[in-house]
Design a protein around this ligand. Structure first.
Ligand SMILES: [Fe+2]
Length: 434
């Protein structure tokens, strides 16, 4: 058992590192140290930051080993330096960063070989390793977002996503009543996903699939960006100040739209979930459509509730980890898949593509669940509670399975759209619906 866990952890560490290497080896050294957007770090910062976190938690804390490079801790502390300031720091250069990454990994693997996995809560079930693996995978998604913002010739390649296998449209009724939100049993779940607790959710209707490019283009064509009726006060103020007229990376192309993705410009795909919209845009679309965004609890109930037995599943399709047939995850494809591409990943009630493709904005702010306890450090989630953040759910094509599950919570400012963010709509079911 313990040996199996060690092997599984080592394989997951290796898998995350292969992705990190691919994303950073794809560009030359000047590109690696350049800042492609003030919203993002230079890729070389992410690279050494991933290793620095691995050093802090696995080498020093879990392993009790001597520091590899204590002198650089401050440079790679995300709380000390906002992304916009990072290029001006005396960062490790590409060769130095790669050497550091390798040194830390050798030590972390040695710690993994020797540590008793059950001796401290931090190490139980390999949690600290799981946390660091998820951290690296999350930075791999951030680095993919940096690639999307980078100018120049394409450097990333992947197979196109699968085609739609069936038509998916309309709404699904989720019956009212209690369900279990969050988890006590998911070994590598982060503190903000805990504890499991009962939430009574009234009946509601939710879109069977994320909102598509076609529907979103209809909102634009109907003057959605010019009509303050559809926008909240802060949303309209932001729309005006930022000059928003369409999702990020869209541009007019004759009578339609094209977008540029990872350096390639093509016509938008009508039945693909819209991506790179901010919370305010999602909220305005929903109002225009006579709907609203789902709350976080509604989203999770749609994703996990099994009406046959009343229990909450790990994923919409069941408790088995994601396979390629379930969801568009892990950067296997460099775009969302069209609606209807993953019938095997649908929930028991028939809600599709909740996991993968695009992060979905919910109407909820980010806060701790009842009974929340910091673990293992306040800076992971607690310091973000109660801010202007909105919760996103479900993961995107850029999210790895290791950092995605039915309980996983992401959060960001409502103006952010360089992330792989889309949405689906919901509405109250009304009396007698269940
Ligand atoms: Fe980080």
């Amino acid at each position: 058992m313990t040996q199996d866990l060690r092997l599984a952890v080592a394989a997951e560490m290796e898998r995350a590192r292969a992705r990190t290497a691919l994303l950073t080896d794809a560009v030359d050294d000047p590109d690696l140290v350049q800042q492609h957007s003030p919203l993002m770090s230079p890729l070389v910062w992410d690279l050494a930051h991933v290793a620095n976190q691995e050093e802090l938690w696995l080498v020093r804390d879990v392993g009790g080993r001597e520091p590899v490079r204590r002198d650089i801790d401050e440079l790679y502390d995300a709380f000390k330096h906002p992304r916009g300031d990072r290029p001006a720091l005396p960062l490790l250069g590409p060769a130095e960063a790669r050497a550091y990454v390798g040194q830390v990994r050798d030590k972390a693997l040695d710690v993994l070989d020797r540590v008793r996995l059950d001796e401290r809560p931090l190490v139980a079930d390999g949690f600290a390793f799981g946390m660091i693996i998820q951290h690296e995978q999350q930075h791999d998604e951030t680095m993919l977002a940096t690639h999307q913002l980078r100018a120049g010739a394409p450097v990333l390649d992947a197979d196109p996503p699968p085609a739609a296998r069936l038509g998916v449209s309309g709404e699904v009724l989720i019956p009212g009543g209690p369900f279990t939100m969050g988890t006590d049993t998911e070994a590598w779940a982060l503190d903000n996903e805990r504890p499991a607790h009962t939430v009574d959710v009234p009946a509601f209707l939710i879109d069977a699939a994320p909102v598509t490019n076609l529907r979103y283009a209809e909102f634009i064509a109907d003057g959605g960006y010019d009509d303050p009726r559809w926008w909240s006060g802060p949303g309209w103020a932001h729309r005006q100040a930022a000059g928003l007229t369409a999702p990020m990376h869209w541009r007019r192309d004759g009578d339609g739209w094209a977008y540029t993705r990872f350096g390639r410009t093509e016509r938008i795909v009508a039945d693909e979930p819209v991506v790179h919209v901010c919370y305010f845009e999602a909220e305005a679309f929903a109002a225009w459509a006579g709907r609203r965004l789902p709350s976080e609890a509604e989203w999770e109930k749609a994703a996990r509730f099994d009406p046959a037995n009343g229990r909450s599943r790990r994923y919409p399709w069941g408790d088995d980890p994601p396979e390629p047939r379930h969801a568009n995850l892990g950067q296997r494809h460099l775009s969302p898949a069209p609606v209807g591409a993953y019938p095997d990943g649908a929930s028991p009630l028939g809600v599709h593509q909740l996991i993968g493709d695009v992060w979905e904005w919910t109407g909820s702010g980010f806060d701790g669940y009842p009974g929340f306890a910091v673990f293992p450090y306040a800076e992971y989630s607690q310091v973000f509670f109660g801010g202007d953040y909105k919760v996103l759910r479900g993961g995107s094509f850029g999210t790895d399975a290791a950092a995605c599950r039915g309980t996983f919570r992401n959060w960001d400012h409502p103006v952010r759209r360089q992330i792989f963010s889309g949405f689906r709509c919901a509405r109250d079911a009304g009396p007698g619906a269940c």
